[in-house]
Design a protein around this ligand. Structure first.
Ligand code: ACO
Length: 324
């Protein structure tokens, strides 16, 4: 008998502090109207000083486990997608593992910017399918507010903090039908954070860094083009017709990118889960946040066909076709 993985439960978490567009009007030269019109974003959440990616992830993970009817003791595999790890090491997966009081199973993080969750889902799916994991915790989490340059109106209005998680368990039928991952480093200059450990560390040490770099217009164009190709590839590889998709759950970066992807797919916006207005671009956290929101508010039902699609820095991009 074939073995697949299925999403047994979802969870998410947004920090308490909310920063609205009106709040931003007070500190940078922008307007609520500009932000809403160009991005669809209305507010974002900001992690408290004592919070971190692993603590946000813990809230989302516990909620996903509860929804799956599982406990931390059941978890035997942890993968976290994040661009904003607590530390260089230990990795955020292992820090989350410790927070959940789980000991011994593999726990790691991967960094593919906004595509982190879909990449993590793809990896965990393989382990469950191969019989090497029975209860995999898959998390997307970010504390982007930590490295946003809050004086740069071109980027400060876009990003926020949050976490989302799913629990994958084995199933006789898919579940995760297929995942499709891509990346192309030739686009690195369009969107990047210029400081790390082996490069730019002196700037960090001297406390003189500015924020992430983005050519917004170019990112927009490549994202729209690439996501359209990705949708075609996903449908063709899995023998699925456009009309069979019940819900599109896109990366929540910008409402206009989402609308364009829906249009290419021929899907009315009523079949697209949009949460970007409530939390801005939370990078790797955005898809599991949107998924959990729509599961909990009753829009997504068991048995429905979901298309998850993402695009982010690198560039990296990917999709997952999932029977929920
Ligand atoms: N408030 C007011 N005015 C602003 C702001 C702001 N926050 N930011 C820029 N402007 C001004 C610019 O200075 C410019 O003024 P000018 O015409 O006098 O020169 C004008 O608005 C237009 O600027 P553009 O950059 O051309 O605006 P655009 O319509 O491209 O919108 C945006 C910018 C929202 C960033 C858009 O390009 C975008 O969404 N790109 C995708 C980027 C993205 O989503 N990145 C996230 C990471 S990647 C991912 O997750 C997919």
């Amino acid at each position: 008998m074939n073995r697949y993985s299925r999403i047994a439960g979802t969870g998410s978490y947004l920090p308490e502090k909310i920063l609205t567009n009106k709040d931003l009007e007070k500190t940078i030269d922008t307007t609520d109207e500009w932000i809403r019109t160009r991005t669809g974003i209305e507010r974002r959440h900001i992690a408290a000083p004592e919070e971190s990616s692993s603590s946000l992830a813990e809230h989302a993970a516990r909620r996903a486990l509860k929804a799956a009817g599982a406990t931390p003791a059941d978890v035997d595999f942890i993968v976290v997608g994040t661009t904003t790890p607590d530390l260089v090491f230990p990795n955020t997966g292992t820090l989350l593992q410790q927070r959940l009081d789980i000991h011994g199973c593999p726990a790691f993080s991967l960094e593919t910017a906004c595509s982190g969750f879909v990449y993590a889902l793809s990896v965990a799916d393989k382990y469950v399918r191969l019989g090497e994991a029975q209860c995999a915790l898959v998390v997307g989490v970010e504390c982007l507010s930590r490295f946003v340059d809050w004086t740069d109106r071109a980027t400060a209005v876009l990003f926020g903090d949050g976490a989302g998680a799913v629990v994958l368990t084995p199933a006789d039928e898919p579940g995760v039908i297929g995942t499709h991952l891509h990346s192309d480093g030739k686009y690195q200059d369009l969107l990047y954070f210029p400081y790390g450990v082996s490069k730019g560390f002196d700037t960090l040490r001297n406390n003189s860094m500015d924020g992430l770099k983005m050519h917004g217009n170019e990112v927009f164009k490549v994202a729209v083009r690439t996501l359209s190709r990705l949708v075609d590839e996903t449908l063709a590889k899995n023998g699925v017709e456009r009309g069979e998709i019940d819900w599109l759950i896109p990366h929540q970066a910008n409402l206009r990118i989402i609308q364009s992807a829906a249009e290419k797919l021929g899907l009315p916006m009523e079949k697209v889960v949009v949460t970007v207005q409530d939390h801005g671009n939370t990078s790797a956290a955005s898809i599991p946040l949107a998924l959990d929101t729509a599961v909990r508010d009753g829009r997504i039902h068991r048995g429905q066909l979901l298309l998850l699609e993402t695009f982010g820095g690198g560039f990296t991009w990917g999709s997952a076709l999932v029977r929920y």
